[in-house]
Write a protein that binds this ligand. Structure first.
Ligand code: MSP
Length: 522
């Protein structure tokens, strides 16, 4: 079982392009692993508790639950529109999740992992956390990134994070693939080297925050939003679930394989790199049962962070309507290297779609099917006259498929797509060299003509399957035009030369990737 999750998105606002990127990236990885023959469980969802939701709901004069539900719908609708295929949906207000969080709290409390103490200090309302002197800037102040900072004294529950610090350092040092890519892991290693080994405050008094999961043994407190949210990865995998809870029939200890958590770079340190492994360790998970963290970078706008205050937030819903879901899905994984940041650039979205899909792949699809219909009555003939150019084309496909697999196995989707594109370009150049339209002028060339067209049609079928994790619907449309009904049921290991049998009838081409035309006035 390949268990893959995304971060769960805050429901204090609407989904933006960063959220969409993470979910599409994970969808592509999940679909790719299904193509490899793995049984996959893709879990995503929303983080509905916390101060921000409570505050925004108050401003709107509605109950936080009503507000969170309303925002959750925006996410659900967008994920549907973007064609995500996930298997589990996590909402932190779900009773099954609450029960799991409370059971974990009780267990940790009974085993001496929690304690209650009074603390006086500075608190950032925006970041929902206490600050220390280490959070002050060079001039000794708490910078604007912390928003409103207030001094408060209150009692709270603490998790003995420091008791796991030595273990965590050792774990991270001896498990280099805990965080990928490597340069993101280095950020964690650096943070651990400088860490002050403090304990983690995991409660908020109800008089300050009501919108959270109640402490089962101290009902004046609710659970800190991160402690609650991180547990979604196991609660929705069936950890501690009652048999009838309607969750997947997982062994909550993940004996079925190591899960992969896909998250953005901003929530590696401390949440996923420090709190989460320490929590799992305290709960009783062994080193072998810890997840792997795949960290992606951020989409920026003209080098700047996307933010509501800058007014440069890109709305994925609008983009999908304007340019189509295919162009958006393609761009989101084609123009960024997993782990690094990139600039979201609409000109590049249009250019990459028009060039690589509308022109190159679209052209291959159109000419292969058209000429096969016109010159061979739609029947693929595999026994034609082969020459060295055909052998080169087959070599290109073998190389490209291996490159694609290596890239996709290491989550480098952009390189996987570039590999497919290399073969598509090779096919179009092969067509230009062999000129089937010229060969067709003399019946004596028929055996050669048949071979050229068979090579183009066979290549097209392979490319459609390789593209299917990123663009599932267009891949199906190509399969339908090729009239290979079971193409999308094949797995990568089935991709050997000869999936189109001799005499196979292909269908009519219809444009799969209509060109995006931008009006002058826009
Ligand atoms: N609710 C927490 C996560 C809890 S996970 C147990 C959270 N939510 S968030 O809505 O702020 O962010 C959700 C995800 O979107 C994070 O992984 C974050 O890195 C990602 N992104 C937010 N802005 C982004 C970009 N501009 N670009 C790419 N991803 C970004 O953090």
């Amino acid at each position: 079982m390949f268990f893959i999750t995304t971060a769960i998105d805050y429901t204090n606002g609407a989904p933006h392009i960063g959220h969409a990127y993470e979910k599409v990236l994970t969808d592509v990885i999940a679909r790719y692993r299904r193509l490899c023959g793995d049984e996959v469980f893709y879990l995503t969802g929303v983080d509905q508790h916390g101060q921000k939701v409570q505050q925004t709901a108050e401003k709107e004069g509605v109950h936080p639950a009503t507000f969170a539900k309303k925002k959750t719908k925006l996410f659900l609708n967008l994920w549907k529109k973007l064609g995500l295929r996930y298997d589990g949906w996590a909402e932190t207000t779900d009773d099954r999740h609450k029960a799991c969080v409370q059971a974990i709290l009780t267990d940790l409390q009974e085993r001496g992992e929690l304690y209650k103490k009074a603390y006086k200090g500075f608190y950032s309302v925006r970041q929902e956390q206490f600050l220390t002197d280490r959070d002050r800037n060079e001039s000794g102040e708490f910078g604007p990134e912390w928003g409103e900072v207030v001094e408060i004294e209150e009692e709270n529950w603490y998790f003995k994070l420091s008791a796991h610090a030595a273990w965590l350092k050792d774990y991270v040092a001896s498990n280099p693939d805990f965080v990928i890519p490597g340069f993101r892991r280095n950020e964690l290693v650096g943070a651990l080297a400088n860490s002050a080994e403090l304990d983690l405050c995991i409660s908020r008094p109800k008089e300050r925050l009501r919108w959270g999961i109640e402490f089962p043994f101290d009902p004046d407190f609710v659970t800190y939003v991160w402690f609650d949210a991180l547990i979604n990865y196991i609660s929705f995998a069936g950890y501690l679930a009652k048999d009838d809870a309607g969750l997947p029939d997982f062994d909550g200890t993940w004996k079925t394989g190591r899960p992969v958590h896909v998250i953005g770079k901003d929530i590696l340190v401390p949440a996923h790199g420090i709190y989460w492994p320490s929590m799992l360790h305290a709960i009783g998970f062994t080193d072998e049962q810890l997840p792997q963290i795949l960290v992606h970078g951020w989409w920026n706008i003209k080098g700047e962070k996307m933010s509501k205050s800058l007014g440069n937030v890109v709305d994925p819903d609008e983009l999908a309507d304007k340019f189509g879901v295919d162009a958006l899905r393609y761009y989101l994984v084609r123009d960024i290297t997993t782990g690094k940041d990139a600039d979201f650039d609409l000109d590049r979205l249009v250019m990459l779609y028009n060039q690589e899909l509308a022109n190159e792949l679209g052209n291959l699809c159109n000419r292969a099917l058209n000429m096969n219909a016109r010159y061979c009555g739609g029947a693929v003939k595999t026994g034609g006259e082969t020459n060295a150019d055909d052998i080169e084309l087959r070599k290109s496909l073998t190389t490209v498929t291996a490159d694609y697999r290596a890239a996709m196995d290491s989550y480098d989707i952009a390189e996987g797509l570039k590999a497919i594109n290399r073969h598509v370009t090779a096919c179009n150049a092969y067509a230009e060299r062999n000129k089937p339209w010229e060969l067709a002028k003399d019946p004596a060339n028929q055996p050669r003509l048949e071979s050229v067209l068979a090579h183009l049609v066979e290549s097209l079928a392979h490319c459609a399957l390789l593209l299917s994790p990123v663009l599932p619907e267009p891949a199906e449309r190509i399969a339908a035009q090729l009239r290979v009904d079971n193409l999308m049921d094949l797995q990568l290991d089935d991709l050997k030369w000869g999936i189109i049998p001799d005499g196979h009838q292909t269908g009519k081409p219809k444009p799969v990737f209509p060109k995006i035309v931008i009006e002058e006035s826009e």
